[in-house]
Ligand binder design. Sequence first.
Ligand SMILES: Nc1ncnc2c1ncn2[C@@H]1O[C@H](COP(=O)(O)OS(=O)(=O)O)[C@@H](OP(=O)(O)O)[C@H]1O
Ligand SMILES: Nc1ncnc2c1ncn2[C@@H]1O[C@H](COP(=O)(O)OP(=O)(O)O)[C@@H](O)[C@H]1O
Length: 206
Amino acid sequence: MSTLGKPANIFWHECAVGRHERQKLLQQKGCVVWITGLSGSGKSTLACSVGRQLHNRGNLSYVLDGDNLRHGLNKDLGFKAEDRAENIRRVGEVAKLFADAGLICIASLISPYRRDRDACRALLPDHFIEVFMNMPLEVCEQRDSKGLYKLAREGKIKGFTGIDDPYEPPLNCEIEIRQMDGVCPAPSIMAGQVVTYLEDKGFLHE
Ligand SMILES: Nc1ncnc2c1ncn2[C@@H]1O[C@H](COP(=O)(O)OS(=O)(=O)O)[C@@H](OP(=O)(O)O)[C@H]1O
Ligand SMILES: Nc1ncnc2c1ncn2[C@@H]1O[C@H](COP(=O)(O)OP(=O)(O)O)[C@@H](O)[C@H]1O
């Protein structure tokens, strides 16, 4: 693991084409939209909807979804706290590369621990937009689109976030998505909120 600090005898090689040139080519500013929340809170749905809206308006984005990455890059990791921390660390580093490439990188992971999310934010000061899917556990559990809450309640999955493993809500997120009058906004409305934020902050133009 590369948590040992600065590696010895390794030097940084600067390339001829830099981030600013890539951003000019793409006519946008690279950044990371980090979506956090309980399983079933709508992270993947929001990520895909934001990706679609950005694509439709001519902005290049890429979704890094926790579930999908656990099929490849992170297939060696489980759900113990240290595995989740390593999962988030890796995705934070990959997201930073995507942002450096000039893309709007949309990362959707439970990312339950504040410290891990804050470490990703520290990799990209001013280019990290944390989106909190603030959906009540009861809503997520009622949806139970993968049947995992049922298994967790039956004790067949141990350490399930929100049931017998903690979720630490953000204290300083840029965007919070929550129910209004007990109703969850439609995905296109939630995505519009994120895209409007990106537009207002100048990420969608160079
Ligand atoms: N124990 C436990 N706790 C939470 N989630 C579990 C667990 N076991 C499997 N799953 C499934 O894994 C998906 C979450 O993966 P992530 O990489 O986003 O998790 S984490 O950020 O490392 O906590 C999560 O997907 P989402 O529902 O999309 O969040 C679950 O389907
Ligand atoms: N805004 C929404 N309104 C109603 N249902 C939603 C909304 N967003 C997501 N869902 C539904 O909730 C379930 C979980 O969504 P998903 O995006 O897979 O969540 P997560 O990635 O956080 O696990 C899915 O069945 C999805 O269709």
